[in-house]
Write a protein that binds this ligand. Structure first.
Ligand code: THU
Length: 163
């Protein structure tokens, strides 16, 4: 072995959403509202996401499931793709996530899945600006990561394509 690379990651833990600052709480509330429009008849797990853009615009999305299961899409990607489709020049500066389930109370914060981390990281790289990730259940603790790449070491990017 020539050398070993070791990483590190960090996120803040807040006891409840009441402890958040107003800017974070506004995005989180938009995500919570968006949960109500999720289409998740197969999993019963309703997820809402809200993307805060650099001019204060908030774009929301929610998970959209499909009878052909892999054809569905997570809330975070619906939100960020919609944001990029509608506002391609506005930086994404924060994403909030919340969820409810018809099976149980969700009081553990919902982190973005691996595929969503990859999709979100693309916009961090595009805009050279970290995306603050605000992760919440329907109640209880809230986790905040200062960026997406913080939660995605050794990510595949345009650099790997030689771009
Ligand atoms: N899901 C999201 O929308 N975001 C996440 O961060 C985790 C999972 C969706 C995908 C699927 O519709 C349901 O939640 C159960 O996995």
């Amino acid at each position: 072995m020539q050398k070993q690379i070791t990483g590190n990651y960090t996120y803040e833990v807040f006891e409840t959403a009441n402890a958040l600052n107003k800017a974070d709480l506004d995005v989180l509330n938009a995500a919570k509202h968006s949960v109500l429009n999720a289409y998740a008849p197969y999993s019963g797990f309703n997820v809402g996401a809200a993307a805060l853009l650099d001019d204060g615009t908030i774009v929301t999305g929610n998970n959209q499931e499909n009878a052909a299961y892999p054809s569905g899409l997570c809330a975070e990607r619906v939100a960020v793709f919609y944001a990029s489709a509608q506002h391609p020049t506005k930086k994404v500066i924060a994403i909030a996530i919340s969820a409810t389930s018809k099976h149980q109370k969700i009081n553990i914060p919902v982190p973005p899945c691996g595929a969503c981390r990859q999709a979100l990281a693309e916009y961090e790289i595009k805009f050279e600006t970290p995306i603050r990730l605000i992760m919440s259940g329907e109640d209880g603790e809230v986790f905040i990561s200062p960026s997406v790449s913080n939660l995605l070491p050794l990510l595949f990017s345009s650099k790997n394509l030689g771009k």
